[in-house]
Each structure stands twice: as structure tokens, then as C-alpha cells.
Design a protein around this ligand. Structure first.
Ligand code: ZN
Length: 519
């Protein structure tokens, strides 16, 4: 069985324009755990405060099976491993698996590190050996391994052997510059396989468009551990895309890395991570894209519906996707029923309602809604349809004023009139923007009636302008993430007006929070 190692939270965040909050990282980690990824690289504890906070908050994660790892370099040159502050900061995370990287290409040793070739081998060997006395599992990422092998094969081999002899649990061969082609990877891994006695892993980048292919040929040649990111996020042209590697591995290469049930979550995880990272999911992504199994009308579509295996390389339901001609964009009936059950709504007895709800979802998705990262709004919407929804409050009106002053300051003020529990409440609040002001005014208005609202806070707020590609004018989609300290939920609003979209997401967020939490 191949070990799946996700580095979305570390290498993935190197993608230009991508930024994840600590909250986002924690949510993604638990999603990857449910998917069944074996190792999740949390970050580089020596590198920035966000990664340090992530490791400090690891206790909040209740993982089923995944192991969180910390990442960092070997000890510095001329420094004993035991005295190296970087290695210590990795150990201090409390992670029982660590991944360190070191150079495997001679010019990087002499030119970038500016040290001698033997000293670099010592750094690798001593760092692995020292970490093995501190934690259960140590992975060694042999940086620039393939380019190093091509330039100075003996030296690249020496570095791999040093890590192996020091007790590394896996030596991961990295195509750091992403320029190596599949036939070269196959040949080099095959040769190396016979020269060393250590489990080998593969870590590729997509600069030649071959990251997924390179990972698969490396596995075919004997690698037993694969590193990649969700949706191939990563620096430059990206990392190897686990959302393509995993289905190929399990469905086409017969590997047991994930069970059939876990594999069905791949599409959902792909979309969830995209929404959380505020990146539009790629509709044309293999396996998981909304167009990956879309059959365009006419003869082809009806033939595909009659004899799907003649037109589809796999049954899309195996990866939780679906052929677009027959079912909705969110999911089929079974998955909607399952999703609803997860949200505490029983639809199992009413297949007609399931079909009608799917139509409604399809219609909303057409308008620009996306429920993949908005469970809270999905729950509110389903309850409204079933007539079991109780609004926490009703709006009479709100007004938002934004004022830019001569001194450059911007003031935003919101006034809100609402009804709750038979009373009319009016409140005004200032905020650092229209949504913040509205949120504060709403809390001031109904906070006395709902003391629990104190615990419910907005954790994140994301805005995306959707292109006019679905038959409507450009609209704004707002995703809000809310937490009550124990749970986190997402809600969504869509409108041509950003304040209206935000309000919609805000109301769902508070309604859902008040209707489901304890206390
Ligand atoms: Zn990398």
C-alpha cells in the first residue's frame, strides 16, 4: 500500500496569491483526515507565526487516523544536530512524525549552502539520527534528487544512503525544479531501487506538466510513499495533484491507499479546499472537476446515459463525482440524503422531497451559490423547504452608511430594526466595514434575547466576484465562516450587491448557530 502524504498546508500555500488562515488550515487538516490521507504536513514551524500557531492549536483537532508532521531543514553546517535550533523547533511541535529536507545535488551544496560535500552528508546523517532519538517517524526529503543524480550520480546516492543508514523511515526523492520527464523518473527510480535498502517516496512539481505522471511512474518503479497537494496547489506551476494521483492509484493501479468509501470523498475534498482557499475550483480538473464527466447534449449525451462505460474512463460515482447530464451539480440523491443526515435532517423517507431539493440546489448553484463549504446555509435551506425552520429573528430594515472624511478616515455605521420573540429591537453600531457594522448592530439588537450569541463569532469572510458565465450578470458570492468555539460552519450569500450577499450569509450563519448549538 502506498502512503499518502499531503503537503497542501506547507508546499501548497507557496502558490502565488494563496493564503490560509490558521482556522482554514485546521479545517483542511480534519477534512484530509476524513478522506484518509495518512500524513498531513502542517507547516514549517521555524518559518512564520501562523505555522507556529497552527502547531500550538493542534490539540483542537480530533483526528481519526492521520498523523500531522512538521517540516524543516537539516541542521545547519558546522552545527551539531543536537544543538540546532531549527531541529529543536520541529521537535517542540510535539509531532511524532517529522520531515526534514537536505540537498542531494552537489552544486546546491557547494554554491547555495557553501559548504563541502562531506559536511552536507554529515548534516543529513546526524539530523536524521538525532531526530530518530526524539520522535517515531522521520522522513527525509532529498531535495533536487533527480537533477543531482543526473549531474553527479555518486553524490546523490551517497546522500540517500546517509539518510537511510541513519534510520530514515522513508527517503523521498524530490523533483524540486519540476523539470524531469516521466521516462527519466522511471529509469532513475528503477536503478536506485536496486542500490539502497530503504522505503522510497516521490515528491514532484509540475513545471513540465508531468507531476502526476511522474508520481505514478515512480510508484510503478517502486516508490511506496507519495507527496502532493490538493488540486496541485503549489509554487510556480504547482505540485503533484493528489486529487488525480489518488483515483489513478486506487482505481487503475489496484492500490489500497484508500477504501472505496473514502475514495468517494475526493471530489468533495477538492472543492472544499478550493472554497476554503478562496480559489475557484477548476471545472476541468481530471476526476473531480464539474466538467470531468459532463456530456454535452445530443446523441453523445443520450448514448452516454445508456452506456456510460463507452464514454467515461471510470464510473464518476467512485470519486464522488457525477455525469452532468443526468444529475445535479451538488450530488445525487443518495449523497444529498447522507449530507442532510449529517446535518441532522432526515430526508430518507421522502424521495420526492430529495429530488425536489436537488432541483432547488441546482437552480441556486446556477445563480452562483456554492454549498460545498457552506453546510450552514444548506441546512437552513433544507429546513425552510421542510417547514421546520424557525427564524431566530425577522428583519424589518437595515441601513448602512459609509463616510469618507477629509482626514482619510472611513467610518461605517449600520442601523438595524428587527423582531425577535415578539419584541421589536433597534440598534446602531459602528464597524470597520459595512459587514462588520451590520454584524455588530445585529448582535446589539438581539444579543439580550439570545445570550448565546456571545459565543458565536465570525471567523472568516471571503468575497468572490463570479464571472458572467452562467447566463446572469456578474454577481458577488460571500462565504462566511463562523465558530462557537467548538464547531465551525460555513454559510453563503449571493447577490449583485455585496452588502446584500453578506447579509444573507450572516443571517444563515446566526440562524444555524443558534438553532444547533448547545447552551
Ligand atoms: Zn516541493
Amino acid at each position: 500500500m502506498v502512503t499518502l502524504y499531503d503537503t497542501t498546508l506547507r508546499d501548497g500555500t507557496q502558490r502565488e496569491g494563496m493564503s490560509l488562515s490558521v482556522e482554514d488550515k485546521l479545517r483542511i487538516a480534519s477534512k484530509l483526515d476524513v478522506l484518509g490521507v495518512h500524513y498531513i504536513e502542517g507547516g514549517f514551524p521555524g518559518s512564520n507565526p501562523k505555522d507556529i500557531e497552527f502547531f500550538e492549536r493542534l490539540g483542537e483537532l480530533k483526528l481519526e487516523q492521520a498523523v500531522i508532521t512538521a517540516f524543516g531543514p537539516t541542521c545547519r553546517k558546522d552545527t551539531p544536530a543536537e544543538d540546532d535550533a531549527g531541529l529543536d523547533s520541529m521537535i517542540a511541535t510535539g509531532c511524532m512524525a517529522l520531515c526534514i529536507f537536505g540537498k542531494a545535488w552537489d552544486i546546491h551544496v557547494t554554491e547555495t549552502l557553501q559548504t563541502s560535500l562531506p559536511e552536507n552528508v554529515r548534516m543529513v546523517r546526524d539530523s536524521v539520527a538525532y531526530l530518530k532519538t526524539q520522535v517515531d517517524t522521520v522522513f527525509f526529503d532529498a531535495e533536487h534528487f533527480f537533477d543531482g543524480w543526473k549531474a553527479n550520480r555518486d553524490y546523490a546516492l551517497e546522500v540517500v544512503r546517509a539518510a537511510a543508514d541513519a534510520g530514515a523511515d522513508c527517503v523521498v526523492l524530490c523533483d524540486t525544479n519540476g523539470g524531469v520527464l516521466p521516462h527519466e523518473i522511471a529509469q532513475i527510480v528503477t536503478e536506485l531501487r536496486d542500490l539502497v535498502d530503504v522505503p522510497l517516496g516521490i515528491h514532484t512539481h509540475n513545471d513540465s506538466g508531468c507531476a502526476v505522471a511522474n508520481s505514478l511512474v515512480a510508484i510503478d518503479a517502486g516508490c511506496v510513499h507519495v507527496q502532493g497537494t490538493v488540486n496541485g496547489y503549489g509554487e510556480r506551476a504547482g505540485n503533484a495533484d493528489l486529487m488525480s494521483i489518488i483515483p489513478s492509484l486506487v482505481i487503475k493501479m489496484g492500490d489500497t491507499a484508500l477504501s472505496a468509501d473514502q475514495l468517494k470523498l475526493v471530489t468533495e475534498v477538492s472543492h472544499f479546499v478550493a472554497e476554503t482557499a478562496n480559489i475557484s475550483p477548476n471545472p476541468f480538473a481530471p476526476y473531480v472537476g464539474t466538467s470531468a464527466f459532463a456530456h454535452k447534449g445530443g446523441v453523445h449525451a443520450s448514448a452516454a446515459a445508456r452506456l456510460p462505460e463507452a464514454y467515461e474512463h471510470i464510473d464518476p460515482s467512485r470519486v464522488g463525482n457525477f455525469a452532468r447530464v443526468v444529475v445535479s451539480e451538488l450530488a445525487g440523491r443518495a449523497s444529498l440524503t447522507m449530507k442532510a443526515a449529517e446535518l441532522g435532517i432526515d430526508l430518507s423517507a421522502d424521495q420526492e422531497e430529495v429530488a425536489a431539493a436537488l432541483d432547488a440546489i441546482k437552480d441556486l448553484e446556477y445563480q452562483g451559490y456554492s454549498f460545498e463549504a457552506a453546510d450552514g446555509s444548506l441546512a437552513v435551506m433544507l429546513k425552510k423547504r421542510l417547514g421546520t425552520y424557525e427564524a431566530a429573528f425577522t428583519l424589518e430594515s437595515f441601513r448602512v452608511i459609509a463616510e469618507k472624511r477629509e482626514d482619510g478616515r472611513v467610518m461605517t455605521e449600520a442601523t438595524i430594526k428587527v423582531h425577535a420573540g415578539g419584541h421589536r429591537y433597534i440598534a446602531t453600531a459602528e464597524g470597520n466595514g459595512p459587514v462588520n457594522a451590520l454584524d455588530k448592530a445585529l448582535r446589539a439588537a438581539i444579543g439580550r434575547f439570545y445570550p448565546r450569541l456571545d459565543k458565536i463569532e465570525l471567523a472568516d469572510f471571503k468575497v468572490r466576484v463570479l464571472e458572467e458565465n452562467k447566463g446572469t450578470a456578474a454577481v458577488t458570492r460571500v462565504l462566511i465562516e463562523t465558530t462557537d468555539g467548538e464547531r465551525t460552519w460555513g454559510t453563503v450569500g449571493v447577490s449583485e450587491n455585496i452588502i446584500e450577499a453578506s447579509w444573507e450569509a450572516l443571517v444563515d450563519s446566526i440562524d444555524y448557530g443558534l438553532s444547533t448549538g448547545k447552551g
